[in-house]
Write a protein that binds this ligand. Structure first.
Ligand code: ATP
Ligand code: MG
Length: 230
């Protein structure tokens, strides 16, 4: 499906039960995100946050209810969902190829200048300039030559190249020290100002930057409000 901008994301009465499981993980979730809206989704480990993320991306199909972008159900997009929705996971995928190729997964046609420009925006230009092979540096799948925070910055750089309207962040700062975490959050919000953001997290650091905060508890949205109200 081809969508016209602006794009609104709607989650309507979504239920989900894993096959073989006896209990629903999500029990009637409703959310509506207008273009540029920023929402934080909080909840304890196992509360269903990543399940909701996978439903939004269309990787799982709701057992009841629906999730749509401009009224088209997300599971109908297949891989083309990545034109509209970018995801940054806790452990970003890197490939055993050059740094440039890893970034170009966001947009194959990007020229070197564009790669340098996004590297600068995410604060990695200096680091890459100092590598002997610069953009041609080989990366292994685990991305071990980069720290956790640097890998997240690479994932963000890739997303920036894609210029997608909606970004889903599934605990991208887990495992980082508080200072690195705050720096990364600042970079995310500065660079993604005009995007719709869904930010899944299990703690409160950084949520002041969001318009809306919701908690998932026992599969339901337990609390909903602005960061100041909560
Ligand atoms: P965390 O904060 O630890 O990442 P989460 O809120 O993202 O947790 P989910 O990964 O969505 O939680 O998991 C929600 C529940 O669904 C958990 O009880 C989990 O065990 C269960 N679950 C997750 N994936 C599957 C699966 N593939 N099959 C069966 N149950 C699953
Ligand atoms: Mg999770």
């Amino acid at each position: 499906p081809k969508l016209h901008y602006p794009i609104t994301l709607a989650v309507e009465d979504v239920h989900y039960q894993y096959p073989g499981s006896s209990k629903e993980v999500l029990v009637g979730i409703d959310l509506k995100l207008a273009p540029g809206d920023k929402i934080a989704i909080l909840g304890r480990s196992g509360s269903g946050k990543s399940t909701l993320a996978n439903l939004i991306r269309g990787d799982l199909l709701a057992t009841q209810g629906k999730i749509t972008l401009n009224n088209v159900e997300t599971h109908q997009f297949g891989d083309t969902i990545s034109q509209y929705l970018g995801v940054i996971h806790q452990t970003p995928y890197l490939f055993h190829t050059t740094l440039a190729n890893n970034l170009r997964i966001g947009r194959e046609t990007a020229v070197d200048n564009e790669l340098w420009s996004v590297l600068e925006r995410v604060g990695l230009k200096n680091l890459v300039e100092k590598l002997p092979d610069k953009l041609e540096t080989m990366v292994d799948e685990a991305g071990l030559r980069f720290s956790g925070g640097e890998r997240q910055r690479l994932a963000l750089a890739r997303i920036l190249l894609q210029e997608v309207p909606i970004i889903l962040l599934d605990e991208p700062t887990v495992g980082l020290d508080p200072v690195t975490e705050q720096q990364l959050i600042n970079t995310f919000f500065k660079e993604l100002q005009d995007k719709t953001i869904i930010w899944i997290t299990h703690h409160l650091q950084g949520i002041e930057a969001m318009d809306q905060v919701v908690f998932i508890e026992d599969g339901e949205l337990a609390m909903q409000g602005t960061p100041n109200e909560l």
